[in-house]
Design a protein around this ligand. Structure first.
Ligand code: PEP
Length: 252
């Protein structure tokens, strides 16, 4: 069954808060006996600790960023090889904040994705249009380019790949896509994945952008919305657990 949840903590939380949140989520998963796949993406300084804390957990650990290669003169970067070496299983690629604030574009994202997978990491690749692009009727064109420039002609390990639709206008704004808007785009993205040679029916396409517990059930009830990538609402155990519950209910 297609279902997948991820928590993007961004540049938030002090160590004690990260520890408490991780413990509460682990306990929540254990208490309910959930097998729902979920990945926590903490700030890089907490990765090792989370890998150790969650070694016997259903929850996995991912990095919010990684640089292609093993070692090199790239001040401030952490390599995909280093991430994989310490037990990190996932990496986020193409998040709109990386595109917007750090100038990351297709060619680099493509290298990141290929290198991450070659080193055994699984990838969440994020795509999404800005408000101006949506209003100009360019949503599908923008998404198609974002998919093609990173996924075409590459040897992608599709069994270690999740696609996240994150409309830029919804991230951190409190305004989420309607279930109809999300379904329309997710169905388009799945069709594009098939066109690019992916086993599209088996790939999780998750939604991200101001996803809150109150909206989760309706969004996850759409046939092509297979879960979520959650920012703000993942910083509180109770709201992330409610979102997980909604996903399980929608898919039961
Ligand atoms: C995100 O950053 O991936 C995200 C979806 O953020 P938020 O849920 O806070 O909009």
């Amino acid at each position: 069954m297609r279902q997948f949840l991820a928590a993007n903590w961004k540049m938030h939380l002090y160590p004690i808060e990260a520890l408490h949140l991780t413990t509460a989520l682990h306990k929540g998963w254990e208490r309910h006996g959930w097998t729902l796949p979920a990945v926590l993406f903490p700030p890089a300084i907490y990765l090792r600790e989370l890998v150790a804390l969650l070694s016997n957990s259903r929850l996995q650990v991912g990095a919010q960023n990684g640089y292609p290669g093993e070692f090199g003169a790239f001040t401030g970067e952490v390599s995909m090889a280093q991430l994989a070496h310490i037990g990190v299983k996932w990496v986020l690629i193409g998040h709109s904040e990386r595109r917007q604030h750090f100038g990351e574009t297709g060619p680099l994202l493509r290298r990141k994705l290929q290198d991450a997978q070659q080193r055994g990491l699984s990838v969440i690749y994020c795509v999404g249009e800005t408000l101006a692009q949506r209003e100009a009727g360019q949503t599908f064109d923008v998404l198609q380019v974002q998919l093609e420039e990173v996924l075409s002609d590459g040897a992608i390990a599709w069994d270690r790949f999740v696609l996240a639709y994150e409309p830029v206008w919804a991230i951190g704004t409190g305004v989420h896509a309607t279930p109809q808007q999300a379904q329309e785009v997710h169905a388009f993205l799945r069709a594009q994945l098939a066109r690019l040679g992916a086993p599209a029916e088996g790939i999780c396409v998750v939604y991200g952008g101001s996803l809150k517990p109150s909206a989760a059930l309706e969004l996850f009830s759409q046939p092509d919305v297979d879960g979520g990538l959650v920012g703000g609402a993942s910083l509180e155990a109770s709201s992330f657990l409610q979102i997980a519950q909604a996903l399980l209910q929608a898919r039961s």
